[in-house]
Design a protein around this ligand. Structure first.
Ligand code: GUN
Ligand code: ZN
Length: 439
């Protein structure tokens, strides 16, 4: 029989899809989570769960908090090493820093080395699922899947497609984009815990011919993910208009090629027209709000109130390396500040929902990730809110769940991650990292 493990800690998650996270959160102060093999067996209050699973091995984590593994809905693995490059807005930043760095991913050994660092950074920050842009290289994408698959991580990724307006050394073609994306879908989509995302980088770098090729794959594989960028920067929006004069606007470029639908996630969406907001809602597409990137690249302030009004799925993304860190709690903290400037109070439970169950629902993954319901995969984070002198002072045990999440969103970093578990296996341990560093 598989070993059953019980974790005693405060438990915080959203068992259901909701538009009212504050009232639908499940918070159990003295809680227990039981796992067996790769899955969650039970979640509830310690006394009754312990009685039912009296032979389970108990991990006493009182004073710590268990939340579902975080879902980062938009980031770039080849940009890990170029996080925090100074001084420009989107288009020059792509040219000066991004494209030269992504060129290195033609080398498989290099890609594997960075894939390992990248996934380790996610785990160290409590992120267990990501919607990840790879580089243009099929092989670098295959390698990222392979490394994630070894750890049974639920990863969504895809080879970037771009056949124009980028350096020659990074260009694919309409045909190679079609062929290589199809091969990767065949190999990885729905295999183990992996999912494929068709990944045109953004409209300016794909020809009509290439978008047409991706439209064919989108029609052939209706449950494959789609990820790209939309209306991030005003100069970019004008550029798209000049490149696609027959489209009604930026979103319409993607729409003409059947790329606006469920399981399609659009990064940023800072400068949408009324018609575009409505179309996003109607198509049940998802917006990845990436606050640290939007501030860092001076792109603009996301209009969360409008997205709520239109009932659009909004999730959170770090957008590393345009974004400035891997930590999802801090990403919510920056989202809160952006929303302050737009007069929308982005409450802590709403933020936590957007990085867990809300994202899982938007991406149609909630039977596996995003919550701590029995039967789902045991992907969870053990948070240690009191991780230093300041947090020991600020976060005492009588803090409410809301106050804890909010203060963590301002103060936390990877030191707040005590452990991260993926499919029932411990994949990050702060104590082990410390011991290894001392050895
Ligand atoms: N638009 C097209 N490519 C990118 C990218 O790599 N990062 C960001 N933030 N925006 C983009
Ligand atoms: Zn991005």
């Amino acid at each position: 029989m598989l070993k059953q493990q019980l974790f005693r800690a405060s438990i915080l998650h959203f068992p259901h899809a909701t538009t009212d996270p504050k009232n639908e959160v499940e918070y159990i102060e003295d809680g227990a989570l039981v796992i067996e093999g790769e899955r969650i067996l039970a979640t509830g209050d310690f006394a009754s769960v312990h009685q039912q699973y009296s032979t389970a091995q108990v991990n006493d984590y009182r004073g710590k908090w268990i939340v579902p593994g975080f879902i980062d809905s938009h980031l770039h693995y080849p940009q890990t090493e170029m996080i925090g490059c100074y001084g420009s807005q989107l288009l020059t930043w792509l040219e000066n820093f991004t494209f030269p760095t992504e060129q290195k991913f033609a080398d498989d050994d290099y890609a594997r080395k960075i894939a390992e660092v990248f996934l380790n950074q996610l785990l160290k920050n409590g992120t267990t699922t990501g919607l990840v842009f790879s580089s243009v290289h099929k092989s670098a994408t295959d390698i990222l899947f392979d490394v994630a698959n070894e750890m049974k991580m639920a990863l969504v990724t895809g080879k970037v497609c771009m056949d124009r307006n980028c350096p020659e050394f990074l260009r694919d073609t309409a045909d190679s984009a079609h062929q290589e994306s199809a091969q990767l879908i065949e190999k990885w989509h729905g295999k183990g815990r992996n999912y494929y995302a068709l990944t045109p980088r953004f409209a300016p770098t794909s020809s009509d011919h290439q978008l047409g090729a991706l439209a064919e794959l989108a029609a052939q594989f209706p449950d494959v993910f789609i990820q790209t960028h939309l209306s991030e920067n005003l100069e970019e929006v004008e550029w798209v208009k000049s490149l696609f004069p027959h489209a009604k606007g930026y979103l319409d470029v993607y729409d003409k090629y059947n790329l606006v639908r469920e399981r399609a996630t659009f990064g940023h969406c800072l400068h949408l027209t009324d018609e575009e907001w409505q179309r996003m809602a109607q198509a049940k597409a998802t917006i990845a709000f990436c606050p640290t990137s939007n501030l860092f690249l001076g792109s603009g302030l996301f209009d969360m109130a409008r997205a709520k009004q239109e009932k659009i799925h909004v999730t959170l993304g770090t957008d590393v390396g345009g974004g400035t860190g891997f930590n999802m709690l801090r990403t919510y903290g920056e989202a809160y500040k952006v929303c302050q400037l737009k007069n929308y109070p982005l409450a802590p439970m709403e933020g936590l929902y957007m990085m867990t169950q809300g994202a899982a629902v938007a991406h149609k993954l909630e039977t596996s990730v995003g919550n701590l319901n029995p039967g789902t995969h045991a992907d969870f984070v053990v948070l240690e809110p009191q991780f230093d002198e300041l947090t020991r002072l600020r976060l005492n045990r009588s803090c409410s769940a809301e106050d804890m999440v909010f203060a963590m969103s301002m103060l936390a970093d990877d030191r707040a991650t005590f452990e991260t578990w993926v499919a029932g296996t411990k994949r990050y341990s702060k104590e082990k990292e410390f011991a290894d560093a001392m050895a």
